[in-house]
Design a protein around this ligand. Structure first.
Ligand code: PLP
Length: 362
């Protein structure tokens, strides 16, 4: 039977999200239409906005719906950058890196967390926009967002937080940040919706102009089914529930480390569902294919859209050298079965034994 352990790529759809999306799909109206059908759709949209705002302590009027996390990040990075230097964490997701070509990279420490001293030094200059993820998608490492936000405040810099992986897994709020990006499908909603949450009063330039939707901040008819599903998922994805995944993750790590694996970011606060397991000498791609053939779905540290595996820029920034090409990401979904650790460790141990005997990935 398949064992799906690739939640950081996408979470399985939550039943509440499916229900909400299906209900919204039957609404004929456009939320911008003034007639009754439009108003009915608008009510669903605004209820979703309230729910998404509530999960991060924002107010509904400061939620801009987008088509996903990539767009929410791009909207923040491009929409807030005018007249500012852009500083990005070295381990940011390509969604942020690609939106800020030429940005200055902020180094991380060996444990994967942002080097706060380097941030403080980098902030000493003209006004900046700092982009930092709350949790890393490959290692699950949690960055010191509150401290970074305090430094940014003091220096008059804006802080954008990519909270795509942290939402629903660890307690999260806008806090002292200026904007926060979310993705529906990473919380168990349907693919196709995301949101950017803004500090009250913050204005930004839209990426997509159009019919004035989202208060002029994102043109285009809102994808209501995906948004309604995202809101239901955001309400259902509770960090308290995600803590149940940590012992399963820890059991996987303990068993694999006992057999020669390393864990990137071990000993640092991390998401409860994520581990980055390094098997020295074995390319990530080989491991992913071998486990896939055994029905275990994990991913390499970084997979490009072509499906090819590139050496992880995250692990490289953490100083792992050649080991950066030998890591797989195991990320437990909200519906992880109780026996997942035993099943994963059995498959991983069999793969390791086979590779040690010189077998190919089969
Ligand atoms: N930011 C992080 C940290 C991610 O892990 C991802 C997706 O993997 C994204 C942004 C992009 O989100 P989406 O897939 O919704 O575009």
């Amino acid at each position: 039977m398949e064992l799906y352990l690739d939640a950081n790529a996408t979470e399985p759809l939550r039943p509440e999200a499916r229900e909400a999306a299906l209900r919204a799909m039957d609404l004929a109206g456009n939320p911008s239409s003034v007639h009754g059908a439009g108003r009915a759709a608008r009510r669903v949209l605004e209820a979703a906005r309230e729910a998404v705002a509530a999960c991060c302590g924002a107010s509904a009027g400061d939620v801009v719906f987008t088509a996903g996390g990539t767009e929410a990040n791009a909207l923040a990075v491009r929409g807030l950058a005018a007249g500012r230097r852009v500083l990005v964490g070295a381990t940011e997701h390509p969604a942020v890196l690609a939106a800020a070509p030429g940005a200055e990279a902020l180094p991380v420490l060996a444990d994967g967390t942002l080097d706060l001293a380097a941030l403080a030094r980098a902030l000493d200059g003209p006004p900046a926009l700092v982009c930092l993820m709350a949790a890393n998608n490959e290692t699950g490492v949690l960055h010191p967002i509150a401290q970074a936000a305090a430094l940014c405040r003091e220096a008059g810099a804006l802080l954008h937080v990519d909270a795509v992986q942290a939402a629903g897994r660890v307690p999260l709020g806008l806090g002292n940040a200026d904007s926060l990006a979310l993705s529906g499908h990473k919380m168990g909603g349907p693919k196709g919706a995301g949101a950017l949450l803004l500090r009250p009063g913050l204005t930004l330039a839209p990426l997509i102009a159009g019919g004035g939707q989202e208060r002029g901040r994102r043109g285009g008819t809102e994808p209501l089914p995906a948004i309604a599903g995202m809101a239901a998922a955001a309400s259902a994805a509770l960090p308290e529930a995600a803590t149940r995944l940590a012992p399963i993750r820890d059991a996987i790590e303990a068993a694999c480390v006992a057999q020669g694996a390393l864990v990137a970011g071990a000993g640092t606060p991390r998401l409860p569902n994520t581990t980055s397991l390094v098997l020295p000498g074995v390319p990530a791609e080989t491991q992913v294919i071998s486990l896939d053939l055994a029905g275990v779905r994990v991913s390499a540290g970084a997979a490009c859209s072509s499906g090819k595996v590139a050496r992880s820029h995250v692990l490289t920034a953490m100083g792992l050298g050649d080991l950066a090409g030998c890591a797989i990401r195991v990320s437990l979904p909200w519906n992880t079965p109780a026996d997942a650790a035993e099943r994963f460790v059995a498959a991983w141990g069999a793969m390791r034994a086979k590779l040690a005997r010189g077998g190919a990935a089969s």
